[in-house]
Design a protein around this ligand. Structure first.
Ligand code: AMP
Length: 400
């Protein structure tokens, strides 16, 4: 029997949703409402009866979710005719408070609100999404699935920054890590592919945002994103790692306020800052046409990945597989090859033909002789959220 979960990902001016069968992962319908609160918004919905696109004024997230409910009624599947068991929400920052998917109640909303200073770009929108969905689906359980939760297994030496102790105890300054839902999903798939439950992996989520995770026995033991998603790998528009003294230098030299520096490192840096493109396909086209800036951006991107692979190999001691996922990781053979080039002595051998073959299926791209498997596994965060949502509502205490 199907158990459908309505998965909601609320951004500051957008609302993405999909109706996912938690057992099979099939998405019966999905859509996105964009430019909420602006003069003209848009809504796309794909359902069993086709796809619709409309432009309309959408004043609030509540109106956005109402538009989604109407689209389900018109394009299918009608929500009152299916086994809709819960609403699952993607929530970016769960701090140290949430290691598991958790039922949404007043207490959870208050705790997520307390975490807003750690994720000012994301948590307010996630809170709005949960409040609105509770109003529109009062009869359904709602579950928050946190991007940080998978990384709550990090040991202290991996999550502690070497700064005055009270920064951590009083202000929550520590590594939390993000993309946890994706890292959890592909780690599970990798274990299945390797036929073992206890696997050691280096998972590389390379999309517009990028992160690397060291997984020991299926649990996250280190990850490249930090207190915020800015740290670690080079990304579409984020710098990743850099000397923290650069903030002070820029503020002294240019007189820039810290918010402006923070914004530039989050939105004008990474591939975009180096080459002008945050989209990897455009970067690749430019690189192929001989653009030296695009080549340097590609080199910096792949070199940073290689350094993390080496660091996490050392942290783990033994590695069963390197796993690529997300837009670039799943689709760009050149980035995969360059990121792992020269690591044969670590037992990492990519088969050029397998790497070059395009596919949307989970697959191995290492040679038969490679001691470390190299896998490409499409991520499916919506399915992971749906599964975790169902597991949270099944494990809740019975009502008395
Ligand atoms: P994501 O955040 O997972 O949606 O990934 C977005 C990134 O993946 C963008 O930089 C896209 O250019 C890149 N991407 C998507 N499809 C491809 C592809 N077929 N080849 C190379 N890069 C791709």
């Amino acid at each position: 029997m199907s158990s459908y979960v309505l998965v909601i990902n609320a951004g500051s001016s957008s609302l993405k949703y999909s109706l996912v069968d938690a057992e099979s992962g099939d998405a019966a319908a999905a859509g996105v409402v964009e430019r909420i609160g602006e003069a003209e918004g848009s809504h796309r919905h794909r359902g069993p009866r086709g796809e619709t696109r409309s432009t309309l004024v959408i004043a609030s997230h509540e109106e956005a979710l109402q538009a989604a409910i109407e689209a389900f009624a018109v394009q299918g599947p009608a929500l009152d005719e299916i086994e809709l068991v819960a609403v699952g929400h993607r929530v970016v920052h769960g701090g140290s408070a949430f290691a598991e998917p958790t039922l949404v109640d007043d207490e959870l909303l208050a705790k997520v609100a307390e975490l807003v200073p750690l994720a000012p770009l994301h948590n307010p929108a996630n809170l709005t999404g949960m409040r609105v969905a509770r109003r529109l689906f009062p009869q359904l359980p709602q579950v928050a699935v946190f991007d940080t939760a998978f990384h709550q297994t990090l040991p202290p030496q991996a999550y502690t920054y070497a700064v005055p102790r009270e920064w951590a105890t009083e202000h929550g300054i520590r590594r939390y890590g993000f993309h946890g839902t994706s890292h959890a999903f592909v780690s599970g798939e990798a274990a299945r592919m390797l036929g073992r439950s206890e696997v050691n992996l280096v998972v590389l989520h390379l999309g517009n945002g990028c992160s690397a995770t060291a997984v020991r026995g299926g649990r996250s033991v280190d990850t490249s994103m930090g207190m915020t998603p800015l740290e670690g790998l080079v990304m579409g528009t984020r710098s990743g790692d850099l000397d923290p003294a650069i903030h002070a230098h820029l503020s002294r030299e240019l007189g820039w306020p810290l918010d402006k520096i923070d914004h530039a490192l989050n939105f004008d840096s990474g591939l975009k800052g180096l080459a002008g493109y945050n989209d990897f396909r455009e970067l690749s086209r430019s690189r192929a046409a001989g653009d030296e800036r695009a080549q340097l951006a590609f080199d910096v991107f792949c070199y940073r990945i290689k350094k993390y692979v080496g660091a996490y190999y050392a942290a783990l001691g033994t590695v069963d597989a390197i796993v690529f996922t997300a837009g670039v990781g799943e689709n760009d053979p050149a980035a995969r090859a360059a990121s792992l080039a020269g690591l044969e002595r670590l037992g990492i051998r990519v088969d050029p033909a397998l790497n070059a073959a395009s596919s949307d299926r989970p697959r191995a791209i290492s040679t038969d002789a490679s001691p470390v498997a190299v896998l490409v596994i499409p991520t499916n965060e919506e399915w992971q959220i749906a599964r975790e949502t169902v597991s949270a509502i099944r494990s809740r205490p019975p009502r008395v």
